[in-house]
Design a protein around this ligand. Structure first.
Ligand SMILES: Cc1ncc(COP(=O)(O)O)c(C=O)c1O
Length: 441
């Protein structure tokens, strides 16, 4: 198995994460349990930040896309690592602010930001709002005017490059609920409108071309399209964008079908982007813009491991063997959503050779409640601790209380120490906001 350096099998034959024995973690904190490796997260932040500093003279900012994993502690870590964050809702913004994250280093996204979210962003002093629609532009201008403010904005643009895993395509038509299309001229139209807004200062453009991308060429292509558009806007309106945000989407290792990239390998993606930006700036006679990237998954994804306890085992001869665990789609809906693939192992028997293919099922009342399908495991027994790797992104942040299951707690591990960063929910938490109207009493 392709392990990273803070994940290993210890002398007891147990999985170890950030110096903590996974079996010990399961005993101390119970299961299901999300475990996040602090060193991995910090190494990733530092790798991206280092490239901006060394290769681009510090004229840029790494924004952690906090939709991947949002809680108070992650914003503290991002702040300590000297990076910015992107948020996509009032709730993520509230969490960041509550953690003491500097508002000027927050970028706010969303295809349908609510009026109250925009008001909250303005009142917090959010540095930049990434505007996604004509309605939002007018609404934000009015709200900023009412506060006597001028708000920095970017536009989210669809450059006509769509990338996922090893494939990318160029599209002339854009079918997306996000952003303004280059192809149909709406990106140009909104630019013209924005330049007339008194309380908004257009700083540049944003794009996000997809997720789980391994192909550097797709980012290069996006840079080319975005900078050609910036040159066009300069020629047409005399407006020279001084910021370019190229989104996130860098792929991570889930199974051995994926590349295993080290933090310095991720840095190479950013180096490719930077050299393309420099090249295109020269070609189009533009100033090199302040550069932003928004990695989410690649910062926290491989930092996470979820631990479960094996319960029922159901062998359907000639069909399938199900190994059921005490979690499921309520802590990780990604298989149910899009058949996401994962690697699993038995944390208490991590040195044993896998010998059979099983599907790890959850405990929810849905036949689609699978944590991961067709994974190789040693013969699992009830009581084994099952670990699913690379669950740091879009697991806790997508968790729900479906079937009134409690969302598992999160512990942060480092150098053999483990502490809660999200405490366990109680049954009482589940009914906290429930109300029985008088007529039902
Ligand atoms: C606008 C934007 N930026 C950044 C990201 C983060 O992408 P990833 O977690 O794949 O790096 C997303 C993901 O959906 C996004 O929509």
């Amino acid at each position: 198995m392709n392990f990273r350096d803070t994940l290993k099998i210890n002398r007891e034959g147990h999985l170890e994460i950030g110096g903590c024995d996974a079996v010990g973690l399961a005993k101390s904190f119970g299961t299901p349990l999300y475990v996040m490796d602090e060193k991995y997260i910090r190494d990733m932040c530092a790798a991206y930040r280092g490239v901006i500093e060394k290769e681009y003279g510090g004229r840029g900012l790494v924004l952690y896309a906090s939709k991947a994993f949002s809680c108070l502690a992650i914003y503290k870590i991002a702040k300590e690592e000297g990076i910015g964050v992107d948020v996509v809702s009032g709730g993520e913004l509230y969490t960041a602010i509550k953690a003491g994250f500097p508002a000027d280093k927050i970028y706010m996204h969303g295809n349908n930001k609510l009026r109250e979210e925009l008001e909250y962003a303005l009142d917090c002093g959010v540095g930049t709002i990434v505007v996604d629609s004509f309605n939002e532009l007018d609404l934000l201008d009015g709200l900023a005017a009412a506060r006597g403010k001028t708000q920095d904005i970017l536009f989210r643009v669809n450059p006509g490059v769509e990338a996922h895993t090893h494939h990318f395509i160029q599209t002339a038509k854009t079918d997306s609920k996000f952003g303004f299309s280059l192809a149909d001229g709406t990106a140009e139209k909104i630019t013209a409108v924005a330049l007339g807004k008194k309380n908004l200062r257009l700083r540049g453009y944003h794009c996000h071309i997809g997720s789980q991308i391994f192909e550097k060429e797709s980012f290069r292509l996006a840079v080319g399209k975005m900078m050609a558009f910036m040159a066009d806007m300069k020629a047409k309106f005399g407006f020279e964008a001084d910021r370019l945000n190229l989104g996130g989407g860098y792929g991570i290792w889930y199974t051995d079908e994926d590349k295993k990239i080290t933090p310095s390998g991720y840095a190479a993606y950013l180096e490719t982007i930077i050299s393309e930006v420099a090249l295109r700036a020269k070609e189009y006679g533009l100033k090199e813009p302040f550069l932003l990237i928004e990695p989410g998954r690649s910062i926290v994804g491989e930092a996470g491991v979820t631990l479960y306890t094996v319960g029922a085992i159901k062998d359907i001869p000639g069909v399938k063997k199900y190994v059921a665990v005490d979690g499921g789609m309520f802590d990780n809906p990604r298989y149910a959503l899009y058949q996401a693939k994962y690697t699993a192992l038995l944390a208490n028997r991590a040195a044993e050779k896998p010998e059979e293919v099983v599907s790890v099922a959850g405990k929810c009342c849905e036949s689609g409640d699978i944590v991961c399908a067709n994974v190789m495991l040693p013969k699992a027994e009830t009581g084994d601790i099952l670990a699913v790797l690379s669950t740091g992104a879009y697991n806790y942040s997508m968790a729900s209380n479906y079937n009134r299951n409690r969302i598992p707690p999160v512990v942060l591990v480092k150098d053999g120490f483990a502490e809660y960063i999200v405490k366990p929910q109680s049954y009482e938490d589940l009914v906290r906001n429930d109300v029985i109207p008088e007529r039902l009493q």
